[in-house]
Unconditional design. Sequence first.
Length: 255
Amino acid sequence: MYIKHKLQNGLELDFDDQNHIYYFNGEKVESVTGICSKGIPKPQLVNWLVSTPIREIKDSINNILDDQRPLDRISLERIIHHATNKTEKIKEDAGLVGSVVHGLIEDYLLNKKIPDQSDKAVVNCFNLFLDWWNTQEYQVVELEKKIFSKKHNYAGTLDLVLRDKNGNLVLADIKTSNHISFDYTLQLNAYKYAYEEETKSKITNGLIIRLPKKDSKIEIKELPLNKEMFNAFLGAKYMMLAMESNKPKKQKQKQ
């Protein structure tokens, strides 16, 4: 479903909610998260994607050997199939938790009634946010706002713009990941630039609010907002576009 968003500068941004794609004047616009996902090297993620299936295969084979069960071909095929799909299942579940937590926080800040939650990870993340938020003096200025930079042709959805007790605007991004990675800095800088381009309002600080799924301590980190980091984001955008334009074309099969 396409949803129209009229921005403060009069521009209209279309958002395909089902496929999570942005459009301006009928043309697809690259997203901030897509650019940071495809245009930035992530050695920690690559290591995890490689080591997780290997560890899963090793553990499964050792369990069979310890139980003195036969290790035949079908057992190996099942082990390998399960292991090679494990990372996708973990990422999918993490994404579901993150989406639900974002939705709960949005509803809470809009003073909507929050139903009881049963998932332990969701409950932990949400309670950590509530405990932190209730000690703060922020006022919500923007919540889940669509942004678009016409100058640099990218779009996205920022989580929060807050006003502190001194009247300064603070850009905040909520994460439920296991750690704070470098691409979060580029995300915040991209959101800041597009927001200021649209509204002419100055963002003073950028925060990552990391809500761990298991740990009992929230992590709040201020990240740098500057020209250098924004240029790094643009570099990631150009890198992504260059890689996509140089993908080998599929050859047509002969009839």
